[in-house]
Every structure is written in structure tokens, then in C-alpha cells.
Design a protein around this ligand. Structure first.
Ligand code: MF3
Ligand code: CO
Length: 279
């Protein structure tokens, strides 16, 4: 890679504004988590998210972004990311990934979670899907933890890769065609945040860096295809995929996971990483 990233490092006041957007994203997640059960349509989840945003006085980062037609993305089973909500009815045992972004006072927050819907009579949820989702979440937190005390950004991808390729049920495919990103007054800013080891050391990590870290793992091959709707990204081999994402700020004294209600404290404690929320 030649061509230099132009990173907008944020001031403490700007990070506080991003925290407001991040907390709205957390509200949206909570509302959609409560609603994601077998029998609902993905459009119904979109409506739940739209209502949560409205109630918070926020708007969707996604709706209208390059023509994207919905409030959130809901990606099911072999869909990796950017699934457009519609009349699809969720079924027991489905792997469902929900991605939501909020804008508050012009500042963005962006986060995603995946779940496996419980089985039902005659349908068992596949334990391998549960392991996929757990590993994706663990890979995300390992990537976030790696940012703490890092001088260069490459450590994030290395940490994600180690979790995705280690692990009892792995190795999992790591999607490379889509990456995490800087975030601020735009949903996508420099730098890219790959989920794999890179040759270079990556851009400098210093206070004010705000990035969305978002591993996408598959149970099979990592290569993907774009569907005819020109949004939905599916695995080539039909294997199931999961996606987890948080927006994270690097501060003088540590990290602050802006889209986690507790700032990331609980999930980062096992890594010995201190979160440093601003007041
Ligand atoms: N969280 C996704 C991302 O970081 C959401 C983009 S969906 C879009 O790219 F519709 F807005 F493009
Ligand atoms: Co993102």
C-alpha cells in the first residue's frame, strides 16, 4: 500500500459526542436483541431499530448511505454483512447478524452483534454455529484489547487472526474483502482496520484514534459474493458467517468502547485492559 491514510484524531470533546452516538447504538442493539426470535421478519427488526433511533432523537448511519434502503443490516446464515431487511421470516437455529449505526449531532457510532436462534421442536441449533458466534465475538474483543498500549494498528488484525485460526473448533475463514474503518463525522473514515496480519505495521495509534473493529468469520472458505440486490454479501461456499463490531476510542489513559454500555470494562477485564471513560 502506498498512499497515506489521513486520520482525523478526535479531541476529548469530540469523543464525548461520539459516546452519545455509541450509547444510542447500544440502545438499538438492546431493542433488536429482545425482538430477534424465530417467526419475526427481518423487516420487523428494522422497524424496531427505527423506533429506538427515533426515541433517542437519532438517525440511522445506514439509511440512504450510497442508496442503502433500510435502517439496519440483518444478515442471516450464509449472509455475511449488508443483508437488507425484508419479508424473510427468521427460523429456529438461524445465525442472525445485526449491524446498526446511529448519528447524533453529526457524529457516528457503529456496532454489530450475531446470535444463534434457539432450536425448536424438530430443529436443533447447531453447536458449531454457537462456536462460530462465540469465536467471532472473542476475536473482536481480542482485537480491541490489542489496541490498548499499541503503537501501530497492525496488532488488531494479528490478534483477530490468532483467535480465528486458533480455537478448538477453528480455523474459521476470515473475510478479507471487507474491513473495519475509522469513524467520526463520517461512518467510514481512514484508516482501514483489517482482520488479518498485514505486511506493514499500519498507521500510528495515538489518543483520539476512533475505529470500528469488525471481524467477519465463516465456518468455511472466506471468499464472498455480492448478491443481485448489490448489497447482501454471502459466502461463496454457502457456509454460515458471523459478524461482531464495536466503535472504539483510544484515549490518554486507555480505551473506551463507545458502543458498549459499560465502555467495554467487563469484556476487556480478562485481557487486563483498563477502560478509561471520559466524564
Ligand atoms: N457497519 C457497516 C460498515 O461498517 C455498515 C454499512 S451498511 C451501509 O460498513 F449500508 F451503510 F453501507
Ligand atoms: Co462498520
Amino acid at each position: 500500500m502506498f498512499g497515506r491514510d489521513h486520520i482525523e484524531y478526535k479531541t476529548a470533546d469530540q469523543v464525548r459526542l461520539m459516546r452519545s452516538a455509541g450509547l444510542v447504538v447500544a440502545d438499538v442493539h438492546a431493542a433488536v436483541r429482545a425482538a430477534v426470535v424465530a417467526g419475526v421478519t427481518t423487516a420487523e427488526l428494522d422497524a424496531v431499530a427505527a423506533e429506538a433511533l427515533r426515541a433517542a432523537g437519532a438517525t440511522s448511519s445506514f439509511l440512504g448511505y450510497e442508496g442503502y434502503p433500510a435502517t439496519i443490516c440483518v444478515s442471516v446464515n450464509d449472509e455475511v454483512i449488508h443483508g437488507i431487511p425484508g419479508d424473510r421470516v427468521l427460523r429456529p437455529g438461524d445465525v442472525v447478524s445485526v449491524d446498526a449505526g446511529a448519528v447524533v449531532d453529526g457524529w457516528h457510532g457503529d456496532a454489530a452483534f450475531s446470535v444463534v436462534l434457539p432450536g425448536a421442536v424438530g430443529v436443533v441449533a447447531d453447536p458449531a454455529d454457537t462456536a462460530l458466534v462465540e469465536t467471532t465475538e472473542r476475536a473482536m474483543w481480542a482485537g480491541i484489547a490489542a489496541l490498548a498500549g499499541a503503537s501501530r494498528l497492525d496488532v488488531v488484525g494479528a490478534a483477530v487472526e490468532d483467535v480465528a485460526e486458533g480455537g478448538p473448533e477453528g480455523p474459521y475463514g476470515i473475510v478479507e474483502e471487507y474491513v473495519g474503518h475509522g469513524i467520526g463525522t463520517r461512518m467510514h473514515e481512514d484508516p482501514d482496520v483489517p482482520n488479518y496480519r498485514t505486511r506493514g505495521r499500519g498507521p500510528r495509534v495515538r489518543p483520539g484514534l476512533c475505529v470500528a473493529i469488525e471481524p467477519m468469520l465463516t465456518r468455511g472458505d472466506a471468499s464472498t459474493q455480492l448478491c443481485e440486490d448489490e448489497w447482501t454479501v454471502v459466502t461463496d461456499d454457502g457456509s454460515r458467517a458471523a459478524h461482531c463490531e464495536h466503535t472504539v476510542a483510544v484515549l490518554e489513559d486507555g480505551l473506551w468502547v463507545l458502543t458498549a454500555p459499560d465502555g467495554g470494562a467487563a469484556a476487556l477485564a480478562p485481557f487486563g485492559v483498563r477502560v478509561a471513560p471520559l466524564s
